[in-house]
Design a protein around this ligand. Structure first.
Ligand code: ACM
Ligand code: ZN
Length: 563
C-alpha cells in the first residue's frame, strides 16, 4: 500500500513538473506562453530589483513580494540568485516578459503597468491563496517557461455607479483590486445622477448637503413605492484623491463623470435656478429618466459647470473627463409633459440666438452647443471629453470621444466619422442585466439576459469600417446600480463576467477560446474566494447569491454538454 502511495506521489510530482497548457489558468490569457520542464520555488526566495527601477514599479513589485510572504508564511531575502525585476525600456508601457527557470526568474517591463501585469500573471500562476491574507500550506512554485505579453486594446475599462446605490471608499478599492487582477486600466466613476450627487464641490456645498441625500428609495421593482429611509452619501475631495492614488498605483486611471445636461435632478434640488422652471426639485427617489435638466438658455449653468469641472480636474489628473450627455429627452414617455427645452423661453431664446431651426432635431443641436462649450473649456485646460453616444446626434465637435452604449451603432458611426470611440454596448456589456433566464432564482437585475458566453463572444471591431479600427480605443462594461444595493450583489453581477470582459480587452482574437476560459474558472473561483469576493456560478449551472460548492469536473462536463 505504502509503495503504491509513494509511486502515486512520484507520478504526481513528475506530472506537476511540466504543466500542460490546459493547466495554465491565467485570465486574460497572455499573448505568448511557452511552458518547459521544472519549477521555480518562490517560498522564501531571493528577490532583487534593477537599481534603475522607478519608484511606482518598485512598489508594485514589492506588493507582489509582500502578498507572497503573507500567503506562503516565509520572508523573501533581498539577494541575487532568485527573482529579478528589470526595467527594460525596449518594451511598450503595458508589455512585460517573464522567464522562469528552476534557478531563477527574470521579470521585465518598461513601466508600472507592465510590472503590475507581470505580477498579476505570476499571482494567477501561484496558489490562489496569494490573493488572501492568510498563511497557507501549498505548492509555492511557479512552473518554468516564458511569457511575453501585451494587451490588444489600450482602453480597458470598468464603470461603477455610486449614485443609485452608494459604495464606500473601501468597497471601491476592492472593486479596483478585482480590476487589477484582470488587468483593467480605466475606472469610469459615474459621480452624479438624478438620485444623488456624490462629489464634494467646495464652491457649491449644497450639492452634497442637499443633492447627496434622497428621501427614500423605491422598493424592489415598484417605482411607485418608497421605503421612507433617507439614503445617500458622498465622497470628500480627500477620499476621491485617495481613490485616484490607489488606482494609479495599480496602473488604473480614474475617469470621473459629471453627467450633463441631463441626469441632473440632484444638482437642481440643491441649486434650482439652474433648471428651466426654477423648481422646486427633489432628489429623485425612484429610477428612470428625469425630465428636468440644466437650462441651456441660462449662462449660469456654464459658470456652475466650469466651477465644478475646475475642482474635478484638480482631483482627477485623467486626460479624459466624462461629461455624460445621455438621455436628456424622453420623447414621448410622458406625452402630457413636454421636455423642458421644448417649452422654456430661455432655451427658445438660445436656439434663436444660435440660429437653430425649430423642429424635432432642435434639442440635439442645443445639446451640441452645451457639449461644445464644456468641451472647449476642458480643452483649454488640456483635457478631452468622453460622452455617451447621444452626443453624436446633431453636430459633434471634433476631438470628442464617443462611448457607444445603445448597441454598437454609435461606435461604428463615430469611427466612420473620424471620432474615437469606446465600445460599451448594452447587448454585451451591461452587467446590471440578468445572467440567467431563471430570474426568480437570481438577485435583481435591471432586465435583459447577459450570460457569460454572450459577454465572451463580443468582438469590438465587428462592423467597424475598414481603416477606422484605430478609432476604437477599447472596451468597457458598465455597472448601473438601481437594483444592486449590497457588495455581495455587486460582486455577483461583476463576476465572472468581468473576467470574460478582460479577455475581450486583452487577448488577440485568435487567443480567445471559450472552452479554455471555462476550464480556468475553477481557479478563478479559488482566487475570488481568497479575495472574499462573491460571484455568479451560473456557468456551472448553479445560480444564486449564496456561495455554493462548484460542480465536479464530471458534473461540469455533463452540464456543458447538455447546454
Ligand atoms: C446609459 O446607460 N444611460 C448610458
Ligand atoms: Zn431652459
Amino acid at each position: 500500500m505504502r509503495r503504491f502511495y509513494l509511486l502515486f506521489v512520484l507520478l504526481a510530482i513528475f506530472a506537476c513538473s511540466k504543466p500542460k497548457p490546459q493547466d495554465f489558468h491565467v485570465i486574460p490569457m497572455p499573448d505568448q506562453v511557452t511552458l518547459t520542464d521544472g519549477v521555480f520555488n518562490v517560498k522564501g526566495m531571493a528577490v532583487n530589483f534593477d537599481e534603475n527601477m522607478d519608484e511606482a514599479s518598485f512598489c508594485a513589485a514589492l506588493r507582489f513580494v509582500d502578498a507572497l510572504e503573507t500567503a506562503s508564511g516565509e520572508q523573501c531575502k533581498l539577494a541575487d540568485g532568485g527573482m529579478l525585476f528589470v526595467q527594460n525600456p525596449a518594451l511598450a508601457p503595458e508589455e512585460y516578459t517573464i522567464d522562469i527557470r528552476p534557478d531563477g526568474v527574470l521579470v521585465q517591463a518598461s513601466a508600472l503597468n507592465g510590472f503590475v501585469y507581470a505580477c498579476e500573471t505570476m499571482k494567477q500562476m501561484l496558489p490562489a491563496a496569494i490573493y488572501g491574507d492568510k498563511k497557507v500550506k501549498a505548492d509555492w512554485v511557479l512552473p518554468c517557461g516564458s511569457i511575453k505579453d501585451k494587451p490588444r486594446f489600450a482602453y480597458r475599462g470598468m464603470h461603477l455607479d455610486p449614485c443609485r446605490h452608494f459604495w464606500t471608499i473601501e468597497e471601491t478599492k476592492r472593486y479596483l483590486d478585482v480590476m487589477t487582477a484582470y488587468k483593467l486600466n480605466r475606472f469610469h466613476w459615474h459621480l452624479t445622477e438624478d438620485q444623488g450627487w456624490r462629489m464634494e464641490v467646495k464652491k457649491y456645498p449644497r450639492l452634497t448637503e442637499i443633492g447627496a441625500w434622497r428621501n427614500g428609495t423605491c422598493i424592489g421593482k415598484d417605482w411607485d413605492s418608497n421605503d421612507g429611509i433617507r439614503y445617500g452619501g458622498y465622497y470628500t475631495q480627500d477620499q476621491m484623491r485617495e481613490i485616484v492614488e490607489y488606482a494609479a498605483e495599480r496602473g488604473i486611471t480614474v475617469i470621473p463623470e459629471i453627467d450633463l445636461p441631463g441626469h441632473m435632478v440632484a444638482a437642481l434640488a440643491a441649486y434650482p435656478e439652474l433648471g428651466c422652471t426654477g423648481g422646486p426639485y427633489e432628489v429623485w427617489t425612484r429610477w428612470g429618466v428625469a425630465k428636468d435638466i440644466l437650462c441651456a438658455g441660462n449662462d449660469q449653468i456654464f459658470t456652475f459647470l466650469e466651477d465644478v469641472l475646475t475642482e474635478m480636474m484638480d482631483i482627477f489628473p485623467s486626460e479624459y473627463i466624462h461629461i455624460g450627455g445621455d438621455e436628456c429627452f424622453d420623447g414621448d414617455a410622458e406625452p402630457d409633459r413636454p421636455d423642458p427645452w421644448d417649452v422654456c423661453p430661455k432655451c427658445a431664446a438660445r436656439m434663436k440666438q444660435l440660429g437653430i431651426k425649430p423642429g424635432p432635431e432642435a434639442k440635439h443641436y442645443l445639446q451640441n452647443y452645451v457639449t461644445a462649450r464644456v468641451q472647449k473649456f476642458l480643452a483649454d485646460h488640456g483635457r478631452k471629453i468622453i460622452g455617451w453616444d447621444e452626443i453624436l446626434e446633431g453636430d459633434l465637435t471634433p476631438g470628442a470621444t464617443v462611448m457607444s452604449w445603445r448597441g454598437v451603432s454609435g461606435g461604428i458611426k463615430a469611427a466612420a466619422k473620424g471620432f474615437d470611440a469606446i465600445m460599451t454596448p448594452t447587448t454585451y456589456l451591461y452587467f446590471d442585466y440578468y445572467q440567467s433566464r431563471e430570474r426568480d432564482k437570481e438577485p435583481f437585475g435591471i432586465g435583459g439576459f447577459l450570460p457569460l458566453d454572450k459577454v465572451y463572444g463580443y468582438e469590438p471591431l465587428e462592423g467597424i469600417p475598414a481603416g477606422a479600427e484605430d478609432h476604437i480605443l477599447g472596451v468597457q462594461a458598465n455597472m448601473w446600480t438601481e437594483y444592486i444595493a449590497t457588495k455581495e450583489h455587486l460582486d455577483y453581477m461583476l463576476l465572472p463576467r468581468m473576467c470574460a470582459l478582460s479577455e475581450i480587452q486583452w487577448c488577440a482574437p485568435d487567443k480567445k477560446n471559450y472552452d479554455r476560459f471555462l476550464q480556468s474558472l475553477d481557479h478563478t473561483e479559488e482566487i475570488l474566494d481568497a479575495m472574499g469576493v462573491n460571484y455568479c456560478l451560473d456557468h456551472t449551472g448553479l445560480i444564486g447569491l449564496d456561495r455554493q460548492p462548484a460542480r465536479t469536473p464530471e458534473e461540469l462536463e455533463e452540464y456543458l454538454a447538455a447546454k
